[in-house]
Design a protein. Structure first.
Length: 135
Protein backbone atom coordinates (compact mmCIF):
# COMPACT_ATOMS: atom_id res chain seq x y z
CA UNK A 1 0.00 0.00 0.00
CA UNK A 2 1.72 3.23 -1.09
CA UNK A 3 1.71 6.10 1.40
CA UNK A 4 1.64 9.73 0.28
CA UNK A 5 1.75 13.19 1.78
CA UNK A 6 0.25 16.34 0.30
CA UNK A 7 2.46 18.85 -1.49
CA UNK A 8 1.14 22.27 -0.57
CA UNK A 9 1.76 25.60 -2.24
CA UNK A 10 1.25 29.15 -1.12
CA UNK A 11 -2.16 30.60 -2.11
CA UNK A 12 -3.67 27.17 -2.88
CA UNK A 13 -6.25 25.62 -0.60
CA UNK A 14 -5.81 22.27 -2.31
CA UNK A 15 -2.68 20.18 -2.57
CA UNK A 16 -0.85 20.68 -5.85
CA UNK A 17 0.49 17.14 -5.81
CA UNK A 18 1.34 14.11 -3.73
CA UNK A 19 4.76 12.84 -2.71
CA UNK A 20 5.27 9.13 -2.09
CA UNK A 21 6.66 8.71 1.43
CA UNK A 22 6.65 4.94 1.77
CA UNK A 23 5.24 1.58 0.78
CA UNK A 24 3.64 -0.79 3.26
CA UNK A 25 3.19 -4.37 2.01
CA UNK A 26 2.22 -7.54 3.81
CA UNK A 27 1.76 -11.18 2.88
CA UNK A 28 -0.80 -13.20 4.84
CA UNK A 29 -1.48 -16.93 4.82
CA UNK A 30 -2.61 -19.76 7.08
CA UNK A 31 -0.60 -22.75 8.27
CA UNK A 32 -2.65 -25.94 8.58
CA UNK A 33 0.04 -28.13 10.12
CA UNK A 34 0.27 -27.93 13.90
CA UNK A 35 3.83 -28.91 14.86
CA UNK A 36 6.80 -27.31 16.65
CA UNK A 37 8.11 -25.70 13.45
CA UNK A 38 4.87 -24.00 12.37
CA UNK A 39 3.89 -22.95 15.90
CA UNK A 40 7.37 -21.53 16.57
CA UNK A 41 7.30 -19.63 13.26
CA UNK A 42 3.80 -18.18 13.79
CA UNK A 43 4.52 -17.10 17.36
CA UNK A 44 7.86 -15.46 16.59
CA UNK A 45 10.38 -18.10 17.60
CA UNK A 46 9.07 -20.20 20.48
CA UNK A 47 11.71 -22.50 21.93
CA UNK A 48 10.39 -25.85 23.12
CA UNK A 49 11.83 -27.83 26.02
CA UNK A 50 11.19 -31.35 27.20
CA UNK A 51 10.22 -32.32 30.73
CA UNK A 52 9.34 -35.73 32.05
CA UNK A 53 5.58 -35.24 31.58
CA UNK A 54 5.05 -32.58 28.86
CA UNK A 55 6.68 -30.27 26.32
CA UNK A 56 6.78 -26.57 27.06
CA UNK A 57 7.24 -23.57 24.76
CA UNK A 58 8.29 -20.04 25.63
CA UNK A 59 8.63 -16.94 23.44
CA UNK A 60 12.00 -15.37 22.74
CA UNK A 61 13.35 -12.74 25.11
CA UNK A 62 12.04 -9.20 24.65
CA UNK A 63 15.60 -8.15 23.78
CA UNK A 64 16.06 -10.85 21.10
CA UNK A 65 17.07 -9.64 17.63
CA UNK A 66 14.28 -9.52 15.02
CA UNK A 67 13.81 -12.82 13.17
CA UNK A 68 14.10 -11.74 9.54
CA UNK A 69 13.24 -14.41 6.97
CA UNK A 70 12.96 -15.03 3.23
CA UNK A 71 9.78 -16.70 2.00
CA UNK A 72 9.01 -18.53 -1.25
CA UNK A 73 5.39 -19.27 -2.17
CA UNK A 74 4.77 -21.74 -5.02
CA UNK A 75 1.44 -22.69 -6.55
CA UNK A 76 0.04 -24.15 -9.76
CA UNK A 77 -3.12 -23.49 -11.74
CA UNK A 78 -3.50 -26.21 -14.35
CA UNK A 79 -0.28 -26.17 -16.38
CA UNK A 80 0.70 -22.69 -15.13
CA UNK A 81 3.21 -22.43 -12.30
CA UNK A 82 3.79 -19.38 -10.12
CA UNK A 83 6.48 -18.45 -7.60
CA UNK A 84 6.54 -15.43 -5.33
CA UNK A 85 9.88 -14.72 -3.67
CA UNK A 86 9.92 -12.31 -0.73
CA UNK A 87 13.57 -11.56 0.04
CA UNK A 88 13.15 -10.05 3.53
CA UNK A 89 10.09 -10.34 5.77
CA UNK A 90 9.31 -10.00 9.45
CA UNK A 91 6.43 -11.51 11.41
CA UNK A 92 4.20 -8.60 12.43
CA UNK A 93 0.67 -9.95 12.78
CA UNK A 94 -1.07 -11.32 15.83
CA UNK A 95 -2.10 -14.96 16.05
CA UNK A 96 -5.77 -15.65 16.61
CA UNK A 97 -7.02 -19.21 16.19
CA UNK A 98 -10.48 -20.76 16.40
CA UNK A 99 -10.29 -24.09 18.20
CA UNK A 100 -13.55 -25.80 17.34
CA UNK A 101 -14.32 -29.46 16.84
CA UNK A 102 -16.14 -28.80 13.54
CA UNK A 103 -13.36 -26.85 11.78
CA UNK A 104 -9.69 -27.11 10.91
CA UNK A 105 -7.09 -25.39 13.06
CA UNK A 106 -5.45 -22.72 10.93
CA UNK A 107 -2.53 -20.70 12.30
CA UNK A 108 -2.65 -17.24 10.66
CA UNK A 109 0.65 -15.62 9.67
CA UNK A 110 1.10 -11.99 8.64
CA UNK A 111 4.50 -10.87 7.43
CA UNK A 112 5.66 -7.35 6.60
CA UNK A 113 7.66 -7.15 3.40
CA UNK A 114 10.89 -5.21 3.98
CA UNK A 115 13.59 -3.82 1.72
CA UNK A 116 16.43 -6.37 1.49
CA UNK A 117 20.11 -5.41 1.56
CA UNK A 118 20.18 -5.71 -2.25
CA UNK A 119 17.69 -6.26 -5.04
CA UNK A 120 13.94 -5.80 -5.15
CA UNK A 121 11.70 -6.58 -2.17
CA UNK A 122 9.83 -9.31 -4.05
CA UNK A 123 9.62 -11.09 -7.41
CA UNK A 124 6.85 -13.01 -9.18
CA UNK A 125 7.91 -15.68 -11.68
CA UNK A 126 5.57 -17.67 -13.88
CA UNK A 127 5.30 -19.64 -17.10
CA UNK A 128 1.75 -18.29 -17.63
CA UNK A 129 1.60 -16.85 -21.18
CA UNK A 130 -0.96 -14.27 -20.02
CA UNK A 131 1.94 -12.44 -18.34
CA UNK A 132 3.99 -12.18 -21.57
CA UNK A 133 4.78 -8.44 -21.90
CA UNK A 134 5.21 -8.63 -25.70
CA UNK A 135 2.10 -8.07 -27.85
Amino acid sequence: QPQFRDQLAWQSLRPIGKKKTGVEETVTFGLMQFNPHTVSFAFGGITFTDSTTFYSGEPPADTAAPDYRSIIVDWSDGSNDYRLLFRKVLLTGNVEMALQAASDVVIPVELSILQPDSGKAWTLRTNDANFDPTP
